[in-house]
Design a binder for this molecule. Structure first.
Ligand code: FAD
Length: 400
């Protein structure tokens, strides 16, 4: 709630000019605020007379303690005949299981679908204790309105302490909608999640252009909500003896509540250079590759290894590859078995996108390049000389 101290207010109107939501007006010579106010705090920041204060209702520790368990939104890959959880959902079940264990509480998976035939076993095999199944014809395809309504209802009635979403296009759309509707905090693109001694979720993510790692907590409300990019956490080991209890959630949804409809779906054709997110092998180019035509060497190597071509932001900005192939903080987070970095310095913004790769090989002329600190194998030298040699060796090996 915004409190206006009329005794202090001089009607200087600085707050009126600064408010991003146009929430202030003057009536009977007094400053007033309407329901557009989101308590964003811009006005309290600019007021020179200390006339504006935000009073946030603090939930008591008893109220916070009513929220229990870790919930994971299971995004389904509905391209398959039997819709299955996406890889990122399994990664989140692994991390969620660890958080739930630290809290001594349950791990809950939430599945939204229209399908009668949906894989409800897998979440249990990856650690879920309970699967909440929300089935409704209007959940056939993802819609912001439909999924937000249903998930808000599930969260409100189950009161989890933590909710995790994959930072996929749909997850990035859904999580802020739910957070806004339920007035929750949300930390996007977390790279670390831990429970502290006060049983709070500590959400770590790069901030200020990746120059610092911020640890974010949500002390005043529940659930604590986060998105995590694919490939940040490993997929846990499958335990087919672990079964989850499946619970049906009654969904109330009408067509009128969904303001959008899917007209057409267009998939990018599969190819050597597509989907770096799921690639097993990536050969990544940096500015050290010097010119776009030199990327042919890397493309050849990538194809020989059954992988894809990726790159740093520097070469995306040069227009050598599209943004869909950029690895890093403002690109994609990847986690291949093998990542070959050629002519990449290893800036922190690049590292956050590839450090979970299983094996990293770096080729760089500068022995002091930061990428070498991360690499399992480092080659100091000219990428244009080394990569063709590597390609040749692979070719000879294949011919044997
Ligand atoms: C907010 C923000 C977000 C960002 N997001 C990303 C992101 O998502 N992804 C990303 O990559 N960057 C990102 N950046 C940019 C990042 O800071 C670096 O500028 C970028 O990663 C540098 O790319 P590079 O390593 O290709 O180029 P450089 O840093 O210029 O490095 C080139 C390297 O090539 C080596 N080299 C030169 N010639 C040769 C040769 N013949 N053979 C071998 N090695 C050679 C050099 O020694 C050098 O180490 C971001 C920056 C900011 C501020």
């Amino acid at each position: 709630m915004l409190i206006i101290d009329h005794e202090r207010c001089t009607l200087c109107k600085l707050c009126i000019r600064s408010c991003p939501f146009g929430a202030f007006f003057v009536e009977e010579n007094l400053l007033q605020v309407n329901e557009s106010c989101t308590l964003c705090g811009t006005c309290t920041n600019v007021c020179r007379f200390n006339a504006l204060h935000i009073e946030r209702k603090l939930a008591s520790s008893e109220e916070l303690a009513k929220y229990k368990g870790v919930m994971v939104w299971i995004e389904l890959d509905d391209a398959a005949d039997l819709p299955k959880p996406k890889k990122v959902s399994l990664e989140l079940l692994g991390k969620g299981h660890q958080l739930a264990n630290d809290l001594g509480e349950e791990l809950i998976a939430v599945v939204l679908t229209d399908s009668e035939a949906v894989d409800l076993q897998t979440p249990g095999h990856y650690g879920a204790d309970r699967v909440i199944l929300c089935r409704h014809d209007l959940l056939k395809t993802y819609s912001t309105d439909g999924f937000t309504s249903v998930l808000c209802a599930v969260i409100s009635s189950n009161k989890p302490a933590v909710v995790l979403y994959g930072a996929t296009p749909h997850g990035r759309d859904l999580a802020p909608r739910v957070a806004a509707r339920l007035k929750l905090g949300l930390t996007a693109d977390c790279t670390g999640l831990e429970i502290d001694e006060k049983r709070q979720l500590v959400q770590t993510r790069p901030a200020f252009g990746g120059n610092i790692m911020a640890s974010i907590i949500t002390p005043y409300n529940r659930p604590q909500t986060s998105t995590v990019r694919p490939n940040v956490f490993p997929i846990p080991a499958l335990d087919d003896k672990h079964q989850a209890v499946v619970e049906n959630f009654t969904v109330t949804l009408t067509k009128a509540a969904i303001r959008t409809r899917v007209v057409e779906k267009n998939y990018i054709e599969e190819g050597c250079e597509e989907s770096i997110e799921n690639a097993r092998v990536l050969v990544a180019a940096g500015r050290g590759c010097q010119k776009a035509s030199n990327l042919e060497l890397l493309r050849t190597l990538a194809c020989q290894l059954g992988g894809g071509l990726a790159g740093s932001r520097a070469i995306v900005e040069q227009g050598w590859i599209p943004h869909t192939q950029q690895v890093g903080q403002s690109g994609t987070t990847v986690g291949p078995e093998l990542y070959i970095a050629a002519g990449i310095s290893g800036a922190i913004q690049h590292q956050v996108g590839m450090s979970s790769s299983k094996t990293i090989i770096a080729v760089n002329k500068d022995p002091e390049a930061a990428i070498f600190k991360l690499a399992d194998l480092g080659v100091v030298g000219d990428a244009q000389e080394i990569l063709p040699k590597l390609s040749k060796l692979i070719e000879q090996d294949v011919q044997k």
